[in-house]
Design a binder for this molecule. Structure first.
Ligand code: TRP
Length: 355
């Protein structure tokens, strides 16, 4: 039982072209979460982006592009809070406190750091190593209870839960003394929401590799700003095997490309793989790809066009980000005040005289 009010938080890094994997695995699910009776916060995590070097002008463009994707996909900036991380100082502040809660041994186990740092670990930024702690701060600054993320973020969510738990334990007396015990500690133990038919969207050229912005072949992914003809061409060129589609999900085992295309179709259409195979089982790929082209173009082409429109005049996006930051800060600031009291800092009181 949790005493915490349901609150949804998630983030997307502004580090390059958004593709179908980002849309189906994250953004589309953020849109769907708005149907819940909960405040949703969607954050463009620019402070995470600079854990790997980013060209400054490109970064600015990508922050606006991710925001545009959120809006074009149907995130309502009045109902949800859309903002970028660096405009809300509480993320960095809470991350410092969490740096003093998290243990080296915990971070040493993070597989994403090992992947991203590669062989030259000595030369990786400290920010890259600390990335999961900042992510915990993102989530817990709002005491978020639910976080929709892709499968690859599961380990980071577990770390977030460990940090919340350790903070609650290490400071339990102080939490109670300051009247911040919600009956379940100060921080909630956040639930990851992982799943859906496209939790992992794979490359169109190799069904065993994740769709990725860094794949050398542009045909491996559908970018959210691809036009209708490009989308159609990429789907038609997608790798398949020679057999017809099975009529049951079990028949997709060992057929990664077939599984991926069926998963994409299901996610775009908001149905299950079972539903897709009920309609298309027995079809040849040429026919199925025709149906997939139609569905993908119908969904993605207007989304890409709206993104381009929004990005062409950033003033609307920038105003939405400013409004979102203000509303986000209104939630995060009281959390940080409480954290400062709990750990024993002396907070700045009211100023004695106006300056
Ligand atoms: N690490 C996440 C990713 O790469 C992005 C992210 C940062 C995030 N902070 C978050 C996701 C907080 C969910 C909640 O996808």
């Amino acid at each position: 039982m949790t005493a915490f009010k349901e609150l949804v938080f998630s983030g997307v890094q502004p580090t390059g072209n958004l593709h179908l994997g980002n849309y189906l695995g994250a953004i589309k699910r953020f849109v769907d979460m708005q149907a819940r009776d909960a405040q949703c916060l969607y954050c463009v995590v620019d402070m995470h982006a600079i854990t790997l070097w980013q060209d400054p002008a490109a970064l600015r463009g990508q922050i606006r592009e991710v925001t545009a994707a959120f809006l074009a996909a149907g995130i309502d900036p009045k109902r949800s809070i859309v903002f970028n991380q660096s405009q809300v100082p509480q993320h960095a502040e809470l991350a410092w406190v969490f740096n003093c809660v998290a243990r080296l041994g915990w971070l040493n186990r993070m597989t994403q750091f090992k992947d991203k740092a590669g062989k030259d670990r000595e030369n990786a930024s400290i920010g890259l190593y600390d990335y999961p702690v900042l992510m915990a701060a993102d989530i817990l600054a709002y005491r978020a209870t639910h976080v929709p993320v892709g499968e690859d973020q599961k380990q980071h969510l577990e770390l977030t839960r460990d940090i919340a738990q350790k903070f609650n334990n290490d400071f339990s007396e102080s939490i109670a003394a300051h009247g911040h015990d919600e009956g379940a500690g100060f921080f909630p133990i956040t639930e990851p929401l992982i799943g859906g038919p496209a939790a992992r969207v794979m490359s169109l050229r190799d069904g065993t590799k994740k769709m990725s912005k860094s794949d050398a072949s542009d045909n491996s992914r559908i970018n959210l700003t691809d036009d209708a003809d490009t989308i159609a061409a990429k789907v038609r060129k997608a790798k398949t095997d020679p057999d017809a589609l099975p009529s049951e999900v079990a028949g997709l085992a060992g057929r990664p490309e077939a599984d991926n295309l069926v998963g994409i179709f299901a996610a775009l259409k908001d149905v299950t793989r079972e539903d897709v195979l009920r309609d298309h089982g027995g079809a040849q790929f040429s026919a199925f790809k025709g149906a997939l082209v139609e569905l993908a173009v119908e969904t993605l082409a207007p989304l890409g066009a709206e993104m381009k429109r929004l990005v062409s005049d950033p003033s609307e996006i920038d105003a939405i980000l400013a409004d979102g930051a203000e509303r986000a800060e209104a939630i995060a600031a009281p959390t940080l005040d409480a954290v400062k009291d709990i750990v024993g800092f002396v907070r700045r009181g009211p100023r004695l005289r106006a300056v």
